[in-house]
Design a protein around this ligand. Structure first.
Ligand code: PGA
Length: 253
């Protein structure tokens, strides 16, 4: 059985003080939650403070991005060793906003995923189609190319630290969620591709999160689908009450 994994992606939000207030509440309210793994992805400026505050809890601290070189003349970048040094244990790579605004490609996402794993982190590789791609029936083809690039350097022996997040771009921050059936269809396809690459047994162990306007009101129906193993939550992760409700909805039935 796969343990669902729910991660709050705070994006470009929260000062250090705000971040600490939120994780303190999460630590208090989620301390006793069983059967679901939980993470938060603060902005880099709050990563170290958040990781320190979460010491002694099972909530993990994730970075929102991870450059592929460990160090050097790369102004503005942050690497896996620095994330680990700050107390982070996971990195999100290939988020659609990185692809859309900051030039991430399937190839660079693959380099980032490989580097995150090499640096000892777990990695969440994000995939998902744009609205025009869905409307022209290209969803699975787009996701295939994103998986091929993103997982190019991910060896089978690292898959225990690999998570895929399926986030249809048209559902991110729009209030328009994929229906559970639409999401499940793509999740099942992703698992088939994982089986092609790693074998069915390994594919069965890899968690596939859904992301895109996940809220307390729709989380339970999404999480009930057989290949949906948790959520990557943006807007609704900025308030403790909503995020806690989503985490609780992801507990196995
Ligand atoms: P959203 O964002 O929940 O605000 O739609 C999800 C994400 O971008 O990971």
């Amino acid at each position: 059985m796969r343990t669902p994994f729910v991660v709050g992606n705070w994006k470009l939000n929260k000062t250090i003080a705000e971040a600490l207030a939120l994780v303190t509440e999460l630590k208090n309210q989620l301390g006793a939650v069983k059967g679901v793994a939980v993470g938060v992805a603060p902005p880099f400026t709050a990563l170290s403070a958040v990781a320190k505050r979460l010491e002694g809890s099972s909530i993990v601290t994730c970075a929102q991005n991870c450059f592929w070189e460990p160090s050097g003349a790369f102004t503005g970048e942050i690497s896996a060793p620095l994330i680990a040094d700050a107390g982070g244990t996971w990195a999100i790579v290939g988020h659609s906003e990185r692809r859309q605004f900051f030039g991430d490609t399937n190839e660079s996402v693959g380099k980032k995923a490989k580097a995150a794993l090499a640096g000892g982190l777990g990695v969440i590789v994000c995939v998902g189609e744009q609205l025009a791609e869905r409307d022209s029936n290209r969803t699975l083809e787009v996701v295939d190319a994103q998986l091929a690039g993103g997982l190019a350097g991910v060896a089978a022996n690292a898959t225990s630290r690999l998570v895929i997040a399926y986030e249809p771009v048209w559902a991110i921050g729009t209030g328009r969620t994929a229906t559970p059936g639409q999401a499940q269809e793509v999740h099942a396809h992703i698992r088939k591709r994982l089986a092609d690459q790693y074998g069915a047994q390994v594919a069965d162990t890899i968690r596939i999160q859904y992301g895109g306007s996940v809220k307390p009101s729709n989380a339970e129906a999404l999480m009930a689908e057989k290949d949906i193993d948790g959520a990557l939550v943006g807007g609704a992760s900025l308030e403790a009450a909503d995020f806690v409700a989503i985490v609780k909805a992801a507990r196995p039935g």
